[in-house]
Ligand binder design. Structure first.
Ligand code: SME
Length: 158
């Protein structure tokens, strides 16, 4: 049985440090990418309470919606567009405290207020991005960045 244990009486970093090995072991015995990305999204939704968490997969010149948890979302994003497209082109993590201040932000959901996007790089190429949205402004900090970077690094190393 696969289950995520989430403690409610710990600080954010402690909570994330307890969550990370659970996510690592969740995907460790499975080689199917879609299965693993799906479970990562579910674990992040359950463990961190994110409003929307999901992957966009690089397909040609577009990002195409992959496994996610949360409200329905845009299916395709052109290269360089939105926060996701920018993270792809720049090959870097983009943290947006207020999406209304990010030129070209794509509002898949009108409730989204802050966002963090991390590219997954394999053999020098971005193969997908991990996108996390919050319905609260300025909702992501260094603890979120730490946890999410560990996850994209794990996917990059595969
Ligand atoms: N806001 C993103 C689009 C994806 S949705 O948030 C799920 C962007 O600007 O790239």
């Amino acid at each position: 049985m696969h289950q995520i244990e989430v403690s409610s009486n710990q600080g954010k970093q402690q909570k994330f440090e307890a969550l990370l090995p659970q996510i690592v072991s969740l995907v460790a015995g499975e080689s199917d990418l879609i299965a693993n990305l799906s479970n990562i999204c579910a674990a992040l939704k359950q463990g961190c309470g994110y409003f929307w968490v999901g992957f966009y997969m690089v397909k040609g010149e577009q990002l195409v919606l992959g496994p996610f948890q949360g409200p329905v979302a845009c299916t395709r994003i052109a290269k360089g567009k939105g926060v996701c497209g920018a993270a792809w082109v720049k090959k870097e993590v983009i943290l947006v405290p207020d999406v209304h201040q990010f030129p070209g932000h794509i509002a898949c959901n009108s409730e989204s207020r802050s966002e963090i996007v991390l590219p997954v790089v394999k053999d020098g190429q971005v193969i997908m991005v991990l996108d996390v949205d919050s319905n609260k402004p300025d909702d992501f900090d260094q603890h979120d960045k730490w946890l999410l970077e560990k996850i994209v690094n794990m996917l990059s190393d595969n």
